[in-house]
Design a protein around this ligand. Sequence first.
Ligand SMILES: Cc1cc2nc3c(=O)[nH]c(=O)nc-3n(C[C@H](O)[C@H](O)[C@H](O)COP(=O)(O)OP(=O)(O)OC[C@H]3O[C@@H](n4cnc5c(N)ncnc54)[C@H](O)[C@@H]3O)c2cc1C
Length: 430
Amino acid sequence: MKVIIIGSGLAGPVLALALKQRNISCKIFEARDKAAFEGGFVALAPNALRALDRVGVYDRISNQGWNYEEFQFVSSRNLGRIATILNGSQNKYGYRALRISRGVVRQTLLEVLREQQIDIQYGSKCVKIEETDHSTVVATFADGHTEEADILIGTDGIHSRVRNYIDASAIPTFSGQMGVGGSLPKMKLGPEANTVYMPCMVLGKLNSFAFMPCDYNGTRIGCFATIESQERTREEWNKLQSDKDTLQAYMRSHHEHERWPEIVHRASENVDKDTLTLWPYYSVPKLESWSSASGHVVVIGDAAHAMPPHGGQGSAMAFEDALTLADTLSRIMDDRTTTKDGASASESEFESDLDLPHALRPWQTARQARIEKILAFTARSGDTRKASASTLRQIFKEWAMWAYFLWVGEDAGLSWIYHYDTNAETFGKS
Ligand SMILES: Cc1cc2nc3c(=O)[nH]c(=O)nc-3n(C[C@H](O)[C@H](O)[C@H](O)COP(=O)(O)OP(=O)(O)OC[C@H]3O[C@@H](n4cnc5c(N)ncnc54)[C@H](O)[C@@H]3O)c2cc1C
């Protein structure tokens, strides 16, 4: 089975490593240059880290970011604690949570790909996909070259070309909000930095502002604001991404209309401008299918189901998709190369009895069900950050959150997300 993967963000490399572990060879094509560096930080929950452990990457990154268990919500009125939740736990989940640079995660993945001699071709933007009458897929790249494979998997992110081939009507929709984040030395946050527990989210009347240590020693703090925004074209978003002065102006504008603690002002004044990155919140409408009618073209990760940021599960879902798809393809291979009496199937048998859509269906159904549940949780989590009409309402919201988290307990009802183990998935098979 020849597999090609389009996109080497976070899902593509994990998929390639998982396929290699299952003796399925693949090649990755990436639109960007080799030197392109990913900006921003990710908070990786235990389920994301368990998946990275499976492909031999966790140990390499765990000491390159901030390991933590508790996350606090605090009030913008007085920095008082509203609630504490467990985002990770060595005892409970086997992993603490990890706040780390996206660039470090991706570069480490690429390093492991190199060591495992998995082929990756940079500067290769996929512009066209066609299926042949002999059950293969041909990808055409912007430079005119083509590549033929049995299966093409799109891990090409939210504005996916591969998804467009599967379902051209699934256009990402903009939420009206964007995240602007950066980092700075902790000492530049002033005295409050020594008394406020971090990581935390300061919940204001109108919106929120997060502080998250982002290096191993906690000397560097990432800060992140969610800001209302109009929609832009891809070119305009890219332009804004590189315009650090405007990004900083946006971060300052976040707290123009209400009173915020001094630490929030210091963060947006002193943030290192070159670390500022932008994350416009888009989501992808639910796809009828994650694969083409033939099953030879498949999408996973943000390409299949990009989600709002409030649950911190975007990359975790991309990793889980990758591992479970690799398992599914491996099972398909095993089923097809073994005849009833255990002998190897011939090449023609191999071709004729392939019913990929049918074989992929249980995997997709299970993944979609989990994604739906995560999306519902993410939406609830986003509601806690919606604007309150008055200070009284803000106080009421804080009280309601306090009572809710007291009721659900320290795991905040998140253990079904964090305990998830791709190895335990059977997709209908015992
Ligand atoms: C600033 C920021 C902060 C985030 N924070 C968090 C967080 O805290 N927790 C969390 O879980 N998630 C977070 N996310 C989301 C998370 O990064 C994504 O969910 C994850 O990267 C999805 O991985 P992916 O591989 O599907 O897509 P991507 O990582 O977007 O990768 C897509 C890749 O495909 C390539 N590509 C695109 N089109 C083509 C083409 N036509 N041909 C070839 N290659 C192509 C792109 O260049 C890119 O390398 C954050 C995202 C951003 C931007």
